[in-house]
Each structure stands twice: as structure tokens, then as C-alpha cells.
Design a protein around this ligand. Structure first.
Ligand code: ADP
Length: 550
């Protein structure tokens, strides 16, 4: 630019242009090997440079190299430059030759370049440096320096290998490596966490197994576990203490040896059924103790299932009920004895009351009549309670005998209801009878069942005034249902309803909790069955089903 401003006339411009053309022509001639020497004008005047072993092959070789190549004189002027180097810096070849090499070195590298070049004049050397292209881009290069002896003197040859793509790859590699390292670190961390969790879980499992064993050995019942195929694989201390068997004698099917021979077939059928259905198992059994005596047990087993519903293991508990059974037997004996003892005096009381009532009626004594009628009602209640207790005793001892005859079912129902409607003043009994069937049964006992169900319906529905009796039948059985709209029975209480002495509302309503038990026993003795539906606060429907003889 400085030089341009100094040009004063067109001749000078022309002469410079001519010099440039000549220079370009000379460069082209050198590049293509048309000349072996050229003259450079420097501060000491024109100098002739000639390649010592100049030949065309050599020049073409340099020209085709993928490395950039230049030669410098002592002053750092570029004497020769191949196309690759000019392209590297994105500068026309013509602008390179004759220029100072330092012009193409970024400032921050100038110092290290100078010392490198100084070193290059003394010995062959290599170094990674950066050049700057015409558009200001830094180009990482590996430069190899070596001196070349030419006829007119020594020059410095610089060969540049462009490291841009290598650096790029190195950078990518570094990034990939970093990614890999962080992935590795993450994997290692996860692995550590996993190991930690596995060890924690193992500890937890060991602890929970120890807890389970401790708990099982502490509770006063026999505990056992079985595989899904039914083979027993664990027993608690109580088992070994009671049976006197070892684990080897008990495992698998060995446990069966302590079951009472009369109970075993039933146990095996129930156990097989439970294994197939994967439903809870419950049965009353007698187990032989180490001394050869037997005690009664309730065996319960529950299947532990996985998320797909497949049984993983059975957990069983056998509870000793021998003492309760003995208590129950003693209670039954007492009830039987007491009810028999009570029966005679109450029957006598009733007879005398009736005689007195007849006497009071004949003497037209209304006060006595009234009192004696009340006495008679109470004696009837007492008789009915004693009757219930006697029935329970009979049922327990298998002495609930039936007086079987052919019965027109509808006829029986109507007779019972006519009598009931006379005593029940608070409710209307509605009747929905299906076509009648002839059944075989004990008329009195079946009447007792219907009476009991209607009495309960009235007793447990004080706020309502209606009871509905309905019957239905098919060729196999006949059904009778008694529906009320009373207090109903909570769901939790329903499973025990047919048990002896079981009562839901103990204090509010009078009763012994025997009625339903006796009804169920009577119906069972007729080869029938009972069921019920009930909703608390809405009412209940009790039904029985009897087989129809063909
Ligand atoms: P109870 O003498 O107590 O009536 P039951 O054996 O007849 O004895 O009935 C047993 C229990 O069942 C009763 O105490 C009562 O709680 C309940 N129960 C029976 N029938 C009904 C009913 N129709 N509605 C509501 N609860 C009933």
C-alpha cells in the first residue's frame, strides 16, 4: 500500500505490472521445471538461485506432494512454494514467492517460529505449530525443517503437514474418550450401587429368614412350609418337640406318618385339592405325639403367590385344639344334662299352670286368669329354650332322629304361617308360593325350621312390618326363602352364623344363638343345605333347599 501511494505516473504502474508478470512467468517456469535457476532482488542486489540437482521429476514430485513445501533464504524470504502450501493458507501462489515467511505466521507463534527457524538452520528438526490463512483461520501443522545446499548458497526447506483433520479426529477421539470415560464411570457407579444393593438384600434376606425362624420357633403352634408340589421342606421346633421326628423323617411326605390313619385319606384328598386350586387349606386332624397319644389339631395352609398368581410356597400352621375340644365336650355334656334335668320340672309346671288356668276360668277370676296366662307364655318360652338345648345335645350325639313321611310342601308352609301370623302381630307375612312338590321329610322338624326363620325375621327387623316368604322349585330341589327388611348382618360376622352359640347382637335381642345351628342341622339331616344373603341395615334373606324325590 505504501508503495502504491508513492507511484506517481502510469509508466511506473506499467513497469511494476510488467515486473509482476515476469515474476509470475518465472514462478510458473520454476514450478514446472522449465528453469533451474532464478534471480532474486534483495538488499544486497540481485542474487541467482539454482537448485543443485534441479530436474523436472523432482519439481513435479514436490508439486504433487500433499504436504506444503517452501524454501527460505537467510532473510526469511520465500524462494519457493508449492501449490499445496499456497492452498493451505488460501493465498495465491504468486503472492507467496518473494514474501517474508513471517507474514503468514500468527503473532502468538512468531517467537517460537523464529527460534525454530534459527534451529532449522543448524540441524534438522520438527515441531507442531500453527499458520494463519488469509481468512484468519489457524491451521495446525507439523513442520519439518532441513537445509538444502544450492549452487548460490544454502536455503532452508520447510515441509508442512496439515494437521487440521488429524486434530479434528484427535478432538473427536478425545471427546469420544471423555464420553466413554464418563459412561465407564457411570457403569462403575451403577455396578457399585448394584453390588451394594445385592449385599444389602442378601443381608435383609438372611435377617428376615432368621426372624422367620425365630418367630416360628417362638409361637406355640406347629409351623411348616411346603413346595408348590406339596412336599414339606421346613418344620419349626414345636413340630420336632411334639412328634419326636427328625427333619429327614418329616420332609417330603414323611409328615403323613403322624396323622391318624382314619384321618389321612381325607387329609390327602383335601391337600391335593388345595395344591391344584391354589386355594387356602383347612382341616381338623389328629396328630400322634412322640409318646404315641393323639391330640386334635386344626391344620391351616396358605399359598404364597408371585405376581402372576403362581404358587411359590405353602405356609402351614397346625394349632392344637385338644383342650378346646375337651372343653366343648364338657360344655355339651353339661347342656345335655341340664336340659334333661330342666325338662321334667318345666313340663310339670306347665301342666299345673294349665290346670290352674282352667280352674280360674271356671270361677271367672279374671285377675288370676291374666296372671296364669302370662305364666303360661313364660313357661312356653322356657320350654322352647330347653327344646333348643336338647336338640343341640341330640345333634351332637347323632341322636337328632327324623320321622320321615311324604309331605305336600306348600301345605306345610301354609300351616306354619297361619299359626305364626297369629302370634306375630308386628309384621304381615306375605306369601309367594311356587307350584307345590311332594317331598319326604320330618313335618315337625321342617316346621320348626320355617318357624325359627320367621321368628328371627320378625325379631331382627323391629322397624319394619313385612316378611316375605317365597318358594321355588325345579326337578331336583325345592327352595324356601324368608326375607326381612331389618338390621341385617355385618359381612365380617357372616361366616360364623351357623355356629353354635354364635350371636351378632348379643345384648339388644334375647336368644341363645342356637336357632340357626339347629335349623342347619335339621336341613343337613334332610340332605339339603342352607344359605343366606344379608346387608347391614337393609335386611336378610335366609333360604333352605331340599331335594325332591323322583
Ligand atoms: P338367636 O337365638 O340369637 O336368634 P340364631 O341362631 O337364630 O340365634 O341366630 C344367630 C344370630 O344370627 C343372631 O343372634 C342374630 O345376631 C343373627 N341373625 C339371625 N337371623 C337374623 C336376621 N333375620 N336378621 C339379622 N340377624 C339375624
Amino acid at each position: 500500500m505504501e508503495t502504491m501511494r508513492m507511484l506517481t505516473n502510469e509508466d511506473e504502474i506499467k513497469s511494476l505490472r510488467q515486473q509482476l508478470d515476469e515474476a509470475n512467468a518465472a514462478i510458473e517456469a520454476i514450478r514446472t521445471g522449465q528453469v533451474d535457476a532464478f534471480v532474486v532482488e534483495d538488499k544486497n542486489g540481485p542474487r541467482l538461485y539454482t537448485l543443485k540437482s534441479a530436474d523436472q521429476t523432482y519439481r513435479l514430485f514436490i508439486e504433487k506432494m500433499i504436504e506444503g513445501a517452501i524454501t527460505l533464504n537467510q532473510e526469511g524470504v520465500i524462494l519457493y512454494c508449492n501449490t499445496r502450501f499456497a492452498n493451505m493458507l488460501n493465498i495465491p501462489l504468486g503472492n507467496m514467492i518473494g514474501s517474508y515467511f513471517k507474514n503468514f505466521i500468527p503473532d502468538e507463534f512468531k517467537k517460537s517460529f523464529n527460534s525454530l527457524i534459527r534451529k532449522g538452520w543448524k540441524e534438522e528438526c520438527k515441531q507442531e505449530v500453527a499458520l494463519v490463512s488469509s481468512d484468519g483461520k489457524l491451521i495446525p501443522v507439523l513442520v519439518s525443517l532441513t537445509t538444502l545446499d544450492l549452487d548460490e548458497g544454502t536455503v532452508l526447506s520447510l515441509i508442512f503437514t496439515d494437521l487440521t483433520s488429524q486434530k479434528k479426529i484427535e478432538k473427536q477421539l478425545r471427546e469420544k474418550n471423555e464420553l466413554l470415560e464418563s459412561a465407564n464411570a457411570l457403569a462403575e457407579k451403577l455396578n457399585d450401587e448394584l453390588e451394594q444393593r445385592v449385599s444389602e438384600r442378601t443381608n435383609e434376606l438372611l435377617t428376615s429368614r432368621e426372624y422367620f425362624k425365630f418367630l416360628a420357633d417362638t409361637i406355640p403352634v406347629i409351623v411348616w412350609t411346603a413346595l408348590p408340589n406339596g412336599e414339606h421342606d421346613y418344620f419349626n421346633m414345636q413340630w420336632y418337640n411334639y412328634t419326636g421326628l427328625t427333619f429327614e423323617q418329616s420332609r417330603g411326605t414323611g409328615w403323613q406318618s403322624v396323622e391318624h390313619p382314619d384321618d389321612l385319606p381325607g387329609i390327602l384328598v383335601a391337600w391335593k385339592k388345595a395344591l391344584i386350586s391354589a386355594e387356602p387349606f383347612k382341616i381338623e386332624v389328629r396328630k400322634r405325639a412322640a409318646d404315641g397319644s393323639y391330640r386334635s389339631y386344626i391344620m391351616n395352609a396358605m399359598p404364597l403367590k408371585d405376581s402372576d398368581g403362581k404358587v411359590i410356597r405353602w405356609f402351614g400352621v397346625s394349632t392344637d385344639i385338644e383342650d378346646q375340644k375337651k372343653d366343648m365336650e364338657r360344655k355339651d355334656e353339661f347342656i345335655s344334662m341340664a336340659s334333661h334335668e330342666l325338662k321334667t320340672p318345666v313340663t310339670t309346671l306347665k301342666a299345673y299352670t294349665e290346670i290352674l288356668l282352667m280352674d280360674a276360668e271356671s270361677h271367672e277370676n279374671p285377675i288370676q286368669q291374666n296372671m296364669l296366662r302370662k305364666m303360661d307364655i313364660q313357661i312356653n318360652k322356657l320350654t322352647s329354650l330347653i327344646g333348643d338345648l336338647l336338640d343341640v345335645s341330640k345333634s351332637n350325639s347323632g341322636q337328632l332322629y327324623l320321622d320321615i313321611e311324604k309331605i305336600d310342601f306348600n301345605q306345610l308352609v301354609k300351616e306354619v304361617i297361619n299359626v305364626m301370623q297369629l302370634t306375630i302381630k308386628t309384621h304381615t307375612i306375605e306369601l309367594n308360593l311356587a307350584e307345590t312338590q311332594i317331598i319326604e321329610g320330618d313335618k315337625n322338624r321342617l316346621g320348626q325350621v320355617i318357624t325359627n326363620l320367621i321368628s328371627n325375621a320378625a325379631k331382627y327387623s323391629p322397624q319394619s312390618d313385612k316378611i316375605i316368604i317365597s318358594t321355588a322349585s325345579n326337578s331336583d330341589e325345592i327352595k324356601l326363602c324368608v326375607r326381612d327388611f331389618g338390621i341385617g348382618i355385618p359381612l365380617s360376622q357372616q361366616p360364623k352364623l351357623f355356629s353354635r352359640f354364635f350371636r351378632v347382637s348379643k345384648n339388644t335381642y334375647p336368644g341363645l344363638g342356637l336357632g340357626l345351628y339347629i335349623c342347619n342341622e335339621i336341613i343337613k339331616r334332610h340332605s339339603g343345605r342352607m344359605d343366606f344373603k344379608s346387608e347391614e341395615g337393609k335386611g336378610s334373606t335366609f333360604c333352605f333347599y331340599l331335594p325332591v324325590k323322583k
